[in-house]
Design a protein around this ligand. Structure first.
Ligand SMILES: Nc1ncnc2c1ncn2[C@@H]1O[C@H](COP(=O)(O)OP(=O)(O)O)[C@@H](O)[C@H]1O
Ligand SMILES: [Mg+2]
Length: 276
């Protein structure tokens, strides 16, 4: 299969930090490609370079997407090319409805006026596609994280996505929501959507990924094929040593209590009357 995406020699530095050091990544049309690595390995930064969050000129290296060199100046450019990134921190507006969120910045209008009937109809279709049974008029703030994630994906589909990037999509999800999301990813793959998923959960990676690229300390250390993909192998590449030494031996002798919290209560930011 042909490569849909080729990132080559990507180097990105922040003051005092080399977040990416000559990283190359190749993603084939139609595959689910997992990106794994320990915290701080550079996964999110690589995807921000790809999606134009860090514009062309602020990094070294080249990006080819769908046969053309990509020089995105910002997110609108990458989205126009069909690349949609869903960040770790969801970016929906809680007070707006599902439909308003799905078409935010991409409004369905007729004669300069938003066509709500068309917006809600299209949204209902997209919600069916992602398997979310909610009315398009439901405020997003009323939904749990799992459902909000599905709204983000519906929003991506509204933009005719070719490459969907999910940055740790299941980190905040319950087990059944995670499974549903992974099923959806496999379903989208059958419909021709290519995706990159960042995850810490290696069992999930093994379940959905066709290939896995491992980042360590800002460098791509390996791209592993689906065959023979074992968690041991992935972990060895992630941490750069064998499983036997995964937890270094430590001499622990706990001392006196440093801090103690008792009977702590906090107010919910959206429901100040509720005590949780
Ligand atoms: N905006 C930023 N400014 C400074 N340093 C950053 C910034 N974003 C990321 N970094 C640093 O770059 C490295 C890679 O971070 P990141 O891409 O977020 O890793 P990952 O997503 O794999 O956990 C880390 O050392 C992180 O502290
Ligand atoms: Mg990250």
């Amino acid at each position: 299969m042909a490569a849909l995406l080729e990132m080559q020699g990507i180097t990105k530095t922040f003051p005092g930090v080399r977040a990416l050091d000559r990283v190359s990544l190749s993603v084939e049309e139609g595959e689910i490609h997992a990106l794994v690595g320990e915290n701080g390995a550079g996964k999110s930064t690589l995807m921000k370079v790809l999606s134009g969050v860090y514009p062309h000129g602020s990094y070294e290296g080249t990006i080819r997407f769908a046969g053309q060199e990509a020089r995105f100046r910002g997110i609108p450019d990458s989205e126009a090319a069909g690349i949609v990134i869903i960040h770790q921190e969801l970016a929906l507006v809680p007070l707006l409805s599902i439909a308003e969120n799905v078409f935010l910045g991409n409004e369905r209008a007729r004669g300069g006026v938003i066509d709500w009937r068309e917006t809600n109809r299209r949204t209902a279709e997209l919600l069916a596609k992602v398997g979310l049974r909610e009315a398009p008029t439901t405020p997003v703030g009323d939904l749990g994280v799992g459902k909000q994630q599905l709204v983000e994906i519906a929003k991506a589909l509204a933009k005719k996505v070719r490459l969907l990037i999910l940055d740790e999509p299941t980190a905040a999800l319950q087990e059944n929501d995670s499974q549903a999301l992974l099923d959806l990813l496999l379903d989208l793959k059958r419909q021709g959507v290519t995706s990159i998923i960042i995850s810490h959960k290696l069992n999930e990676v093994r379940r959905v990924a066709d290939r896995v690229t491992v980042l360590r300390d800002g460098a791509a250390v390996a791209t592993l094929p689906r065959e023979g993909l074992s968690e041991e192998r992935i972990i060895r590449d992630m941490v750069g040593r064998d499983m036997a030494h995964r937890y270094p031996e430590r001499d622990r002798r706990p001392g006196a209590v440093l801090m103690e919290v008792e009977d702590w209560r906090a107010r919910h930011p959206d429901h100040p009357d509720a005590i949780s």
